[in-house]
Structure formats: C-alpha cells, structure tokens
Design a protein around this ligand. Structure first.
Ligand code: FES
Ligand SMILES: [Fe+2]
Length: 333
C-alpha cells in the first residue's frame, strides 16, 4: 500500500511518530493541491490541503469544527473552503466566514490552520510547536536562472522513522558495505553556523567503480559528499574531483509511527550539452535508485532502538542523533 499522503483516501487513526523533531515536513506535492481539497496525514494528524483566494496553499485540520464532516468532500468556492455538510465556509486563516443554515456565524468559529510554506514543488508544514523555529529549505539549484542542469524527483515509502532516513548520509561505515564505495572515507565536521544545522564532509581520494567498469589506477578520482542537515530536511552535494556531480534535496513526510515517505529532488549539472551530460545523469540516477533500494531494504526490518554498541567509526550517526534529539521532546531545547 502506498503511504504517500495525498494519493487516494488517507489511512485513519494513525499513531503519531515517536521522537519526531520539530521541523518543516512535506505535506504534499504542489501539483496535487489545486481546485479540489485533498486529505493528507502528516505526523499522525489528519489535514486537508487546499488553495485560498490568493492562491496560497492552506494546511487545515481535516474535520469540520461544526459536525466533523471531512473537509476534502467540500469545495473551494470564491477562495473559501465550503464544507459539504451544512455549507459553512472557511477562509485561508481558518476563520468561519459564513454559516448559511444558522442565523449568524458562531463567535470564534474557526478551523485550525497549521503553519505552511510552499516552494520547491511541495507544500510544507511546520510540525512540533506553534510557530516555525527555523526556515524552510533553500535549494537554489532548482531555480530557473541556476546553471543548466537535468533533474528528477523521487519518492519512496519506508516504515523507518524520519530520523533514520536523515542520518543515513552521516553513517560513514555503511558506504563501503552497502553502496560499494572505497574504504578509507574521512568525515570532517563543518563549523556549525546555527543551532538548526549540522554539516559535514565525507571524502575519499580514490573512488572506484566495480572492476569491469573502472580499470584506471586510482579509479574515478576524489569524491566529496557535502551534507547539510536540519532536523527535518537536508541538502547533499556530491563532488568528483572538486566539480559538483549532483545536488540533492532530501525531505520527508512523517506520515505516522512506522510510515514515512522520503521525497526530494536530484539536480545534475549539465556538462558539455545534452549528450555530454546524459551518461552522468543516467549513471547518477541509476546508482541513486540502486543505493536507495539497498538502504530501504535495511530500513524495512530494522529495530527501532538506536543500537547499544557503537564504535568511533559511528561518530557521524551518533552526532546526528545527538543533534536531532535536541529537537525532539526527548532532548534539551
Ligand atoms: S459539518 Fe461542516 S458545516 Fe456542518
Ligand atoms: Fe545509504
């Protein structure tokens, strides 16, 4: 069953994810939020996504505050969401602006609206506290005026918690084992600029492909993976011999406990026109798909615990978890 939140009827009565960090999460794709309201589940909370009169996406509690009808059964009329049951209408702030069957709109009648931001092809919502505590993602590689590139979007469902998805890039010892990268990867922490970001570089001087594909001494050259993560989304840049090969935005929808959807974009800069970039683009895309499948297979049956035995090589994951914990209910704020 697909876990993506805005396709078809969302599942009901889901347990909120445990240990979820406060942050910006994907509520749905922008292209799915149009003339008709759409139901979604984010962090176990049932919501409805729709567009108000000014075109802004709205993330609102799914059930009408009057008698509880599901609001995705209603319609957007003149930029207001009209409930199907008694035709109460709500504006983009959630305020009830009309209640035709009653003499007047009950004082203070409103539906709960959650903080949201639209960008990068998604509607995002802030989860975990009343107001956003850090900005939504900045990923300029998708901008029209960024250097020529090819790109693709991805989405994968997994039972793993959001934290496991986000910590994977910091898990240095899994790269040689699961993804076939050379041994001898080095992890270097970048200076922290703000409390909501953790950043590091993972480097190797000689990245190699499997033997039949790569016979050059020293392999393809130097690889550097730049990781910059918040508690809820991250940006990765892969460099080969100091040139960017791919930029990736990795975001998540924590649907509920045991249900997460990974979303994102990969942008591959063009090198030497369409033909010149095709092998790099398709090579990157294939290894990304293959590598993600390998990670997902492990996530699928992994235990929920953090594990109990760690070594110095697990520093990347441990430090990410420590950072992440500060943004959950478990950590110091
Ligand atoms: S339940 Fe929505 S208007 Fe009555
Ligand atoms: Fe991985």
């Amino acid at each position: 069953m697909s876990l993506a939140p805005v396709r078809g009827r969302p599942p009901r009565d889901l347990e909120p994810p445990r240990d979820l960090a406060r942050g910006w999460y994907v509520a749905g794709r922008s292209s799915h939020v149009g003339r008709r309201p759409r139901a979604a589940v984010v962090a176990g909370r049932e919501v409805v996504l729709w567009r108000a009169g000014d075109g802004a996406a709205v993330v609102m509690d799914r059930f009408c505050p009057h008698q509880g009808a599901a609001l995705e059964l209603g319609r957007v009329v003149n930029g207001e969401l009209r409930c199907t049951f008694h035709h109460w209408r709500f504006d983009g702030e959630g305020t009830c602006v009309a209640a035709p069957a009653t003499r007047r709109v009950p004082r203070g009648a409103s539906a709960r609206v959650h903080p949201s931001w639209e960008g990068l092809g998604y509607v995002w919502t802030w989860v975990g506290s009343a107001d956003p505590e850090y900005p939504p993602p900045h990923f300029p590689h998708l901008d029209k005026d960024s250097p020529a590139h090819r790109r693709y979007r991805f989405a994968f469902d997994t039972p793993a918690p959001a934290r496991r998805v986000l910590e994977n890039g910091f898990d240095v010892p899994h790269f040689p084992v699961v993804h076939g990268l050379a041994d001898g990867l080095r992890l270097t922490w970048d200076t922290k600029e703000d409390p909501h970001t953790i950043a590091a570089r993972i480097t190797t001087d000689a990245i190699t492909l499997p033997a039949p594909l790569d016979r050059r001494p020293g392999g393809l050259g130097r690889l550097c993976l730049h990781l910059r993560s918040t508690p809820s989304y991250q940006v990765l840049t892969f460099e080969l011999n100091d040139r960017p090969v791919a930029h990736e935005l990795l975001a998540v929808t924590p649907v509920a406990q045991g249900r997460t959807t990974m979303h994102g974009w990969t942008v591959v800069p063009r090198a030497g026109g369409l033909l010149g970039s095709s092998p790099v683009f398709w090579g990157y895309r294939l290894q990304h798909w293959w590598g993600t499948r390998a990670d997902l297979r492990i996530y699928r049956d992994a235990g929920e615990t953090d594990g109990s035995i760690n070594t110095a090589d697990d520093e990347g994951v441990l430090r990410f978890r420590q950072f992440h914990r500060r943004w959950t209910g478990r950590g110091d704020k």
